[in-house]
Ligand binder design. Structure first.
Ligand SMILES: C[S@@+](CC[C@H](N)C(=O)[O-])C[C@H]1O[C@@H](n2cnc3c(N)ncnc32)[C@H](O)[C@@H]1O
Length: 275
């Protein structure tokens, strides 16, 4: 049994090493159990038998690599996801932002953009959008291209409207988009202060200084070493008293930078850089 597990580990390491060397995507320090499950999902979907067979395919067929990437990078997201966080943001962070002449916000791992458009709506309602710039990044080019369109499935809007209201929305959510038969597109004014770019948290460096960084439901897929590395990047990228928002299963505790933040809201994982 142990021998089988050891062999599997070696095969996974070789696959991830090959991907890194050939395609430049570095999954070597992603959380092992999750990456293992995703790899086996792709093996079964392609009716293969072994990890080595998948490695052969991935290294020779960029389309297979694209499919595996989709499996490894979980893109699940929603508008005003965990609405209480957005409510806490309105109450605890918005008053601070009112005191700044200009605001830069980074959404790292923004997926298809639902979180970014939620933030734009919130800032608009709080009278802050005109002096904000939102940087929306993700390692996957496909999702960034989708995010740029500001178009989301119509069937999800009922849930999103509920989230919007729970998040303290002050208008009517439907005023922000135009609906067609199957989708809705958010009004272009919400995109005016957004910048979309491909950025990989593992291999790319800091590219600006931000007053707020949102990185929710991304670090959960990384191992401890990689989480610390990315926290270093966030720490470097935040202004003094800058705010960091993590996902509800993530925390600054036990990271190398825990001491440098104060807790703004422990339940909603809102932190402020104080050192
Ligand atoms: C589960 S989604 C989270 C989306 C959004 N932040 C939310 O909470 O709803 C995770 C996103 O992280 C992105 N991601 C994974 N690894 C990344 C990396 N190394 N650098 C940047 N983004 C990454 C994935 O492509 C995916 O879109």
């Amino acid at each position: 049994m142990e021998e089988l597990e050891d062999r599997e580990k070696v095969e996974i390491q070789l696959l991830l090493e090959g991907i890194y060397r050939l395609y430049g995507y570095d999954f070597r320090n992603y959380a092992y159990n999750s990456i293992r499950r995703r790899i086996w999902h792709r093996i079964h979907a392609m009716k293969l038998k072994t990890i080595s067979a998948l490695q052969d395919k991935v290294l020779h067929d960029p389309e297979c690599m694209r499919l595996l990437m989709k499996d490894l990078m979980i893109h699940v997201t929603e508008m005003f996801r965990d609405p209480e966080l957005f409510l806490a943001f309105r109450r605890r962070v918005v008053p601070l932002l009112h005191t700044y002449p200009f605001i830069r916000i980074w959404h790292a791992g923004c997926s298809t953009g639902e979180e970014v458009f939620s933030m734009a709506v919130l800032l608009h309602e709080e009278g802050l959008y005109h002096k904000s710039r939102i940087y929306a990044t993700d390692a996957s080019e496909d999702v960034i291209n989708q995010a740029r369109t500001g178009t989301f499935p119509l069937r999800k809007m009922q849930d999103y409207t509920k989230n919007y209201l729970q998040a303290g929305g002050t208008g009517s959510f439907s005023q922000y988009y135009t609906a067609t038969e199957k989708s809705v597109t958010f009004h272009p004014f919400l995109k005016e202060n957004m910048v979309f770019a491909q950025h990989n948290l593992v291999t790319d460096r800091s590219f600006n200084e931000f007053h707020v960084i949102f990185c929710r439901n991304v670090l959960i897929y990384f191992n401890k070493e990689l989480q610390d590395q990315v926290h270093e990047l966030f720490y470097e990228s935040l202004t003094p008293f800058g705010v960091l928002a993590l996902g509800n299963r993530e925390s600054i505790n036990f990271t190398t930078h825990a001491e440098n933040y104060e807790v703004l809201d422990s339940r909603e994982k809102l932190y402020r850089k104080v050192k």
